[in-house]
Write a protein that binds this ligand. Structure first.
Ligand code: GDP
Ligand code: K
Ligand code: MG
Length: 276
């Protein structure tokens, strides 16, 4: 059975899709410790369950409310991530997408708001986007339900446990890659099967994500992890990069996103912004 999570930026159509994709609620309440609504439903056709996560722009939270999604990913280990992105705002949306592709579980991308993108003169090519991200991309208009059947079918076709993980990797440069290896090695002993990939966890530690660090196993030597991070920062400086570890990771991701968008988005017909 699939345990799917719906995740994306705020106002991308997640709740609209949640309502279309599910036939009944399994749980409605709040996430533990915060006043953010939690909804879990049964997927139509008995394809498993779906959890609607609060909207975020990045997994590194600025508030406790924003930490819900990262903590969920760190402790719950869903079998498939359904990432809803706003086609009319692709560049901003892909930042979270890259963090999700690094999670090491299957990701299905719902390219929503294609009507809005079209109206503003933007053409997003789902096939090119899929090829560049190494994962399925399905065009959607959640407001009318267009594409939701195909999305449900794509979720059904996921078989939990299969090593059908995204073929996507970013190389962050020697200093960061070494730190990822060192942190992964440090955490590897006793790391349970089915938990998120160590590369993703290591990146969250390097990004200093408090929601993930708070739920590392109790035996974790946090001082050792801090020392590895400090060494990476020193090495970045020695390599001539004038930035912190988080900034460096962010910059590498943004460069990759710009390269992807320049291939997958045709903005030549883009209309100028208006006030309406
Ligand atoms: P969430 O914040 O991600 O849960 O997004 P919602 O499902 O609440 O949707 C936010 C707003 O966008 C609502 O007014 C929806 O009706 C609207 N919306 C969602 N999907 C689409 C779409 O594909 N096209 C258009 N035009 N509007 C959409
Ligand atoms: K909303
Ligand atoms: Mg919502």
């Amino acid at each position: 059975m699939n345990n799917a999570a719906l995740i994306g930026n705020p106002n991308t159509g997640k709740t609209s899709l949640f309502n279309t994709l599910t036939s009944s609620y399994e749980y409605v309440g709040n996430w533990a410790g915060v006043t953010v609504e939690k909804k879990v439903g049964q997927l139509r056709g008995k394809a498993g369950q779906l959890t609607d996560l609060p909207g975020i722009y990045t997994l590194r939270p600025l508030s406790r409310d924003e930490g819900v999604a990262a903590e969920y990913l760190a402790v719950e280990s869903p079998s498939v991530l359904v990432n809803i992105v706003d086609a009319s705002n692709l560049e901003r949306n892909l930042y979270l997408t890259l963090q999700l592709l690094e999670y090491g579980k299957p990701v299905i991308i719902g390219l929503n708001m294609i009507d809005v993108a079209k109206a503003s003169g933007l053409q997003v090519d789902p096939e090119k986007l899929s090829a560049r991200l190494g994962t399925p991309v399905l065009p959607l208009i959640a407001r009318t339900g267009k594409g939701s059947k195909e999305l449900l079918r794509a979720i059904e076709q996921q078989h939990p446990g299969e090593a059908d993980v995204p073929h996507f990797a970013i190389h962050y440069g020697e200093a960061i890659e070494r730190a990822i290896r060192d942190i992964s090695r440090e955490l590897a002993a006793g790391w349970e099967q089915g938990r998120p990939g160590l590369r993703w966890i290591a990146l969250q530690v390097l990004e200093d994500n408090p929601a993930v660090i708070a739920v590392l196993p109790p035996q974790t030597n946090l001082n050792k992890l801090k020392a590895i991070r400090a060494e990476a920062k020193k090495q970045l400086g020695a390599d001539g990069f004038d930035s912190s570890v988080e900034e460096h990771i962010r910059t590498v991701r943004i460069e990759r996103i710009q390269a992807i968008c320049s291939e997958a988005v045709d903005a030549s017909q883009k209309k100028p912004h208006t006030m309406t």
